[in-house]
Design a protein around this ligand. Structure first.
Ligand code: FAD
Length: 633
């Protein structure tokens, strides 16, 4: 067993020492013209010494939430199970990995802590995949996968691993078709297009781009919670075994050495290559507890796969790792110690197991599936308009491309910036309280021009309700907004004129006046095709000038904490867990939300359903690869 986290990184030590030497060499040169540079180099040399100390400190950094791997005495191990591949965590990624591995001839043991009868696979199962036969049969047009990859990398500022993302994109269609042909027919036949070109006809016709961000419809919805049991039955018939209510505790490893090609140069600067001995960690087995709390050793002949999901339910990990969320909470004067994903989130045990084994944490800006559905509020006790998604303007208007106002009645953003993301991000950085949205009879046209980002549904989820009738009913209700209507989830008003509408809404006179003049200003921008205040995309500049008019308000009091976190440990394109030398830990893999490199900066969505798309596809790809089968590379 190893714990390499506390070891000083030799590689960073050498890099730091080299930089100091370079600074010193420049500082000693005797050319007057170089004097300013020499001074700078001398300072940098001193700075570098400080940086080196920090590097050492960082290498020995061990957060409180990590602690040490539990010690398990040999005598406490009650049973040993052996399989080619041991999958720790049988969720979305883990099951898909196990199915693929067993189908391709490997023996598989799945350690899953939930009970068989009540397991909940996270997700509404909007799954992003590309160019599957299933999607084509449902009328989805082919997507240019190269264009998609470029857009994805652009959005993450290249923080995501393009080879890994490409692997997902190129194998996702096959994954979807495999699902469609292996799920029980009842579940497979119920796969629907969640977002189609038709829903976004105007968006597609207008060039499929807003503010230079591109988005693709075509996400499919699969009822995996209904279908997984049938798939597991098939996998078990082929040689896989699920260990229900078993909990993974730690990975056992063996420490050794290997050689890697390195380079050095002599005093004349001549470079030579040589074999350098470096440490090498090999994963051997997983220690888990059975339902009675006994220790069981799962020996992996070929590979240990960590697929334990996110750390959104672990408050200590959340507080430490979710930097942006922590500072947003602090800026609201809120306590950060109990932050966690809203209602969901695993405990991060798979990530801890990887770190104990010698893995390292994804350095990307840690992000989450966010926004979740609702803003939390302490003040507004009813269900009134705290929604965080735009299934439809009648249910939850955040993200709808209408005209939005802050508490003072002023517009505060380009409302169309990346669908729900832009509005929510600005609202979370502004004074907490009510936000107002006003729209008119252009609403349907605007909705069809919007982009199919996360949570967007221009006309409501299929079959949800009659959206038009719901909105029209607001006009009939007159002054009595839905806020007063028991059981309604929105507070909304409708009227034939803007003045009438604003008189119904509970607004301070100054705010009412401000909204009115801001709408006049906005309408001028529409007439000129240029939003002087926020640069809203010209194609989204439809005026608010034709009744009926509609108004709603939403509340933002506490920033959203998301439904699940998306950054795990560093992996390479083969999903091997990387050590501090960026070398793979032999036979140790992480997939799904245990792994990093897939999301950076923000959960931004050129297509909806990307986290499940990636978890399920890359889980399947890993299972195939470990069993020696071909994948699209
Ligand atoms: C309510 C909700 C709705 C969502 N909807 C969507 C959507 O529609 N589209 C989309 O793309 N994404 C969606 N997501 C996100 C998506 O569900 C996750 O990104 C995805 O589940 C990640 O898959 P995973 O296999 O990595 O983790 P999980 O699916 O969380 O699986 C992890 C598994 O590991 C098990 N486990 C954890 N630790 C241990 C341990 N120590 N020992 C044994 N077992 C362990 C857990 O019980 C679980 O079964 C949603 C998330 C939530 C919470």
């Amino acid at each position: 067993m190893t714990h390499s986290n506390q070891q000083v990184s030799r590689r960073s030590f050498i890099a730091g020492a080299g930089a100091i030497a370079a600074g010193a060499a420049l500082a000693s040169a005797a050319t007057p013209a170089l004097a300013p540079l020499q001074a700078q180099a001398a300072t940098q040399g001193a700075d570098m010494a400080g940086a080196l100390a920090k590097t050492v400190e960082h290498a020995t950094y061990k957060p409180d939430w990590l602690g040490d791997a539990p010690e398990v005495a040999e005598s406490d191990i009650k049973e040993t199970v052996t399989a080619d591949i041991v999958v720790m965590g049988g969720g979305n990624a883990g099951t898909m990995c196990a199915f693929a591995a067993v189908e391709n001839g490997a023996t598989v043991a799945v350690i899953e802590q939930q009970p068989k009868d009540s397991i909940f696979y996270y997700g509404l199962h909007d799954v992003a995949s590309f160019n599957s036969e299933k999607a084509k049969s449902l009328g989805v047009r082919d997507i240019d996968t190269v264009e998609f990859l470029a857009e994805y990398q652009r959005r993450s500022h290249n923080r995501t691993n393009p080879r890994l993302v490409k692997k997902y994109i190129d194998n996702s269609g096959e994954m979807m078709d495999w699902l469609a042909s292996n799920l029980d027919p009842e579940v497979a036949d119920a796969i629907v297009v969640d977002t189609s070109d038709q829903d976004y006809q105007a968006y597609v016709d207008l060039g499929r781009e807003i503010n230079r961000f591109t988005c693709w419809p075509g996400t499919l919805q699969v009822n995996y919670n209904k279908g997984a049991a049938g798939l597991i039955e098939k996998a078990e018939a082929q040689g896989a075994t699920w260990y229900w209510e078993y909990t993974g505790v730690k990975v056992e490893t063996e420490q050794g050495t290997t050689t890697e090609r390195a380079e050095r140069h002599d005093d004349d600067g001549v470079v030579e290559f040589y074999d350098k001995e470096v440490s090498q960690i090999t994963a051997k087995s997983v220690i888990a507890t059975d339902p009675d709390g006994n220790y069981v050793r799962f020996v992996a002949n070929k590979a240990v796969v960590l697929a334990g999901g996110d750390y959104g339910g672990n408050a200590a990990m959340y507080e430490d790792l979710q930097d942006e969320k922590r500072w947003l909470y602090r800026s609201h004067g809120l306590d950060t110690s109990q932050m966690r994903c809203a209602g969901f989130g695993r405990d991060g045990s798979g990530i801890k197991m990887a770190l104990w084994a010698g893995g390292t944490m994804d350095p990307n800006l840690r992000c989450l599936v966010d926004p979740q559905v609702m803003f939390a509020s302490d003040t507004y006790t009813t269900n009134v308009l705290r929604w965080g998604a735009s299934f439809s303007p009648a249910e939850n208007p955040w993200g709808c491309p209408f005209v939005w106002f802050d508490q003072t009645g002023r517009r505060f953003t380009d409302e169309c910036f990346m669908g729900i993301f832009g509005q929510r991000i600005r609202a979370e950085r502004s004074k907490p309280g009510r936000y107002y949205v006003i729209f008119d009879s252009h609403w349907k046209e605007l909705m069809s021009r919007t982009s199919p980002e996360h949570f967007a549904q221009p006309m409501g989820k299929p079959g949800n309700f009659d959206l038009e009738a719901t909105i029209d009913a607001w006009v009939d209700r007159g002054a009595q907004g839905a806020e007063q209507n028991e059981g309604e989830s929105v507070c909304a008003w409708g009227a034939q004129t803007l003045d009438e509408l604003l008189s119904y809404m509970p607004l301070d006179d100054d705010v009412r006046q401000s909204i009115k003049s801001e709408i006049e200003r906005y309408n001028e921008f529409c007439a000129n095709g240029r939003d002087e205040d926020f640069g809203r995309d010209p194609k989204m500049l439809l005026p608010v000038d034709q009744g009926p008019f509609y108004g709603m308000y939403c509340v933002e009091e506490r920033p959203m904490t998301g439904t699940c976190t998306l950054n795990g440990v560093n992996i390479d394109e083969n999903q091997a867990v990387l050590d501090e030398n960026y070398n793979p830990i032999v036979n140790l893999y992480a997939t799904g939300n245990n792994s990093g490199g897939r999301f950076g900066i923000e959960y931004s969505t050129p297509m909806q359903g990307l986290t499940l798309g990636m978890a399920m596809t890359l889980g399947r790809v890993l299972g195939k690869e470990l069993a020696g089968a071909e994948v699209e590379a």
